[in-house]
Design a protein around this ligand. Sequence first.
Ligand code: NAD
Ligand code: TDX
Length: 359
Amino acid sequence: MNDIIIVTGGAGFIGSNFVLSWIANTSSEVVNLDALTYAGNRKNLLSLDRDSRHSLVKGDIRDTALVTSLFRTHKPRAIVHFAAESHVDRSITGPDAFVQTNVVGTFSLLQAAKTYWETLDADEKSKFRFLHVSTDEVYGTLKPEDPAFSETTAYAPNSPYAASKAASDHFVRAYFHTYGLPVLTTNCSNNYGPYQFPEKLIPLMILNALEGKALPVYGDGLNVRDWLYVEDHCSAIRAVLEKGRLGETYNIGGSSERTNIEVVHAICDILDELQPNKALGSRRNLISYVQDRPGHDRRYAIDARKIASELSWQPQQQFEGGIRKTVEWFLQNMDWVNDVRSGAYQQWIELNYAERLSL
Ligand code: NAD
Ligand code: TDX
C-alpha cells in the first residue's frame, strides 16, 4: 500500500478545499477522481498544476473499470469520498442524477474498494480506510426546542438529496457490518468559504448583492442552518481519517446556528462597508421574500461532542470572521466567479428563480 489517497469529487467546493489543505498539511499524494460536472472546476486546483503530488483524473465514480484500475495502479491507503450531486433545489427538480451519483455511485465505489481491500495482506487491510463524506440533512428537520442532531438521531431525510445521501450512508454502514470493510462516515452541517458554487445561499447572496440584484430569501427567512467554515470541515475529515474508530459515524458542526435572514443581513452589511453603493443605500433593500422551497427543513443543528471528545477536534473559525473572509475571497476572485457563471449556470438561475421572483 502506498502513501496515496484517492479523493472523489476533489474539484468541487469542499473536495478542492480538502485537496489543497491535504497537500499543504501532509506529505502524501492525492489521486483526484472527478467527473467535472457543472459543480467541478479544474481552476479550483490551479495552484497544484505543477505539484507532482496531485493528479486529476476526469471520470465518473460509477465507472467500475476506471475505479478498479485506479485502485490497482496506485494502491492507496485510503479513499475519501466527496463526489455527489449536492444541491437540494436541483434534487427537487431533477432527482434522477442524485440517485445515480449519490446512491449508485457510492455503491460502485464500495464494490471497487472491497475488491481492492480483499487483495491486501492482513496488516494493510487493517490500515486501509474508506471515508464517506455525508450531511446532517439525513436526520431531517428540528423544531426550535429540539436537541441538536447526534450520531444516534434517527434518519428522517426529507428532500431527494437527503434521501440519496441517507441511502449512501446505509450502504457504507452495511459494507462494514457485512464485509468488514474499514469505513468511516462524517455527517457535517452547512459549509461556506472559497470556491463554493454560487447556487448555494452564501455565494449566491454575495454575488447578487454585489451586482445590485434581488436577494431571494425563501419563505419567511427564519429557517436555521448551522454554518461551518470549509477549512474546519477539512481538518475534521483529516482527524477522522487518522484517528476515527472503524464503522463509526462522526457529526461535524460549527455551533453557529443562524437564521437565513441573519446570514443575508451579515453579507449585506459587510459589502456595504467594503464596497459602498450610494445609489442603492443599504443592500438590505435588495432582499426579496420569495416562494418557499418545497419540503424546506426548518432547522439543522449539530451536536459535535463525539468528535470533540474522541478526536480533540474543534472548529477554529467563528462565523463572523468566516463570513467576512468569504466575502473578501469572492471580491478578490471575480475571474473565478465569471468563469463558473457560464451559460449552464445562467440557465439554472433563471429556471430556479423565475417562478419564485414573479410572486
Ligand atoms: P459540489 O457540488 O461543490 O461538488 C461535487 C463534486 O463532485 C464536483 O466536483 C462534481 O464534478 C463531482 N461529481 C459529481 N458527480 C460525480 C460523479 N458521478 N463522478 C465523479 N465526480 C462527480 O459539492 P460540495 O458542496 O463540495 O459537497 C461535497 C460532499 O460533501 C458531498 O458529498 C455533499 O453531500 C457533502 N456535504 C456538503 C455540505 C455543504 O454544505 N456543501 C455539507 C455537508 C456535506
Ligand atoms: O436562494 C436561496 N434562498 C434561500 O433562502 C437559496 C439558494 C437558499 N435559501 C435557503 C434555503 C436553506 O434554508 O438558505 C438555506 C441554505 O440553502 P443552501 O445553500 O441551498 O443549503 P442547504 O439546502 O441547507 O444544503 C446545504 O447544506 C447541507 C448543502 O447544499 C448540502 O450539500 C449540504 O449537505
